[in-house]
Design a protein around this ligand. Structure first.
Ligand SMILES: [Zn+2]
Length: 147
């Protein structure tokens, strides 16, 4: 693949237990502005997802979304944050996660899921991001995360 701004860097990313279920962490430092990973999966059209409760639908346009519900799509493990270190860029119908700032080794990756998702899925449970709950810890007896 030709390298461009949107070619994901070869970063060592690992899924680990996080404040909100599981999360995606980087073991490498990531410079600001580079592409970290692509959010991948089959493209769905609005007829296909009407009424669907799939949390991994990433809407690209009013009528198109990527179904990220597949384990190869590591980007699906990236959690929401109200003060994120990543941001999304949509380019030619593809979804790329970019570094919003320089990210240190060991940090959890997060981007802002947007108001609609936040109000629908996160607000009802309470947001557990670093900004909203700086001292939150998972209880020891917490059940295994569902995803
Ligand atoms: Zn938050």
């Amino acid at each position: 693949m030709r390298r461009s701004k949107f070619t994901p860097g070869d970063f060592n990313l690992v899924v680990k237990r996080a404040r909100a279920g599981r999360g995606l962490y980087t073991f490498d430092p990531i410079p600001k502005g580079v592409c970290i990973i692509e959010y991948t999966g089959p493209v769905l059209h609005d007829d296909d997802w009407t009424g669907s409760n799939n949390r991994y639908l990433f809407q690209i346009t009013e009528k198109k979304a990527i179904n990220g519900w597949n384990k190869k799509n590591l980007a699906r493990y990236i959690n929401h944050s109200c003060r994120p270190n990543c941001e999304i860029e949509i380019r030619k119908g593809r979804v790329f996660v970019m570094a919003k700032r320089a990210i240190k080794s060991g940090e959890e990756l997060a981007y802002d899921y947007g108001k609609e998702y936040f109000d629908g899925f996160i607000k009802p449970m309470g947001c557990r991001c670093l900004k909203c709950k700086p001292r939150w810890r998972a209880p020891k007896s917490a059940k295994r995360a569902r995803h």
